[in-house]
Design a protein around this ligand. Structure first.
Ligand SMILES: *Cc1c(COP(=O)(O)O)cnc(C)c1O
Length: 219
């Protein structure tokens, strides 16, 4: 992976956004750098991207010097006891799906920007609160002084066509709650997300290629 490859890959991603009926100026691309070293963060910056997404606290700490003034999104499942480790690095907490986590973020990063993660596919292995709980969690997060700018979801695994109803559900929920940001869509399903109103897509593989296997993590 070279910075030139990433810049070319980003053009392909922007073409896909356009083909799905989106406006690349209004769909923010979060470069998901998990699994890669600081060179991926540098390549994203060189390609003109402003946002990176990370999933693992220890990995983030190892790469912290590369983030500079990029906007750093935490997008992975987060244990409450890891919040403290990365609080100084994270600009937007995208995977807030329960009150205990919100509480700890409010304690370690007062006034932080967050998205509430919603599980729109009812798959037990996915993070996110139930759609019916989202409104209440948004209110409780605000009571804690957090700035809730929108909702986030990970689409149903499998057929990209089967993913659209879940993305539509997230958009409808964000509309009803008056939240502008909808973070949805990854490499394999970004078209469906854009069609259903994503304001932010989180893309790793399409920019950087396949992630190197990490035996310690099983992914
Ligand atoms: C890994 C990950 C992505 C990026 O996935 P790709 O398929 O590589 O684009 C997006 N969102 C979340 C929550 C992830 O964990």
């Amino acid at each position: 992976m070279t910075p030139l490859d990433v810049a070319a890959n980003l053009r392909v991603v922007r073409d896909r956004i356009v083909a799905a009926g989106g406006d690349p100026a209004r769909v923010r691309v979060v470069a998901v750098t998990k699994g890669f070293g600081p060179e991926a963060v540098e390549a994203a910056r060189a390609a003109g991207l402003d946002d990176v997404g990370e999933n693992y606290a220890q990995e983030m700490l190892a790469k912290r010097a590369s983030f500079g003034d990029l906007t750093v999104h935490f997008i992975g499942r987060l244990q409450t006891n890891k919040v403290r480790l990365v609080a100084a690095l994270v600009d937007c907490w995208q995977s807030v799906d329960r009150l205990a986590l919100a509480d700890e973020i409010a304690r370690r990063a007062p006034g932080a920007r967050i998205l509430v993660q919603v599980n729109v596919s009812d798959e037990p292995q996915k993070g996110g609160c139930a759609p019916s709980e989202a409104g209440e969690l948004v209110r409780r997060c605000r009571d804690l002084g957090l700035v809730v700018s929108g909702l986030m979801t990970v689409g149903r695994t499998g057929d990209p066509d089967a993913v659209r109803p879940g993305f539509a559900l997230l958009s409808g929920l964000a509309d009803r709650l008056g939240l502008p940001e909808r973070s949805m869509g990854m490499t394999h399903d970004l078209e469906a997300a854009v069609t259903e109103g994503a304001t932010m897509i989180r893309v790793g593989t399409a920019l950087f290629g396949n992630r190197p296997p990490d035996p310690s993590r099983g992914n």
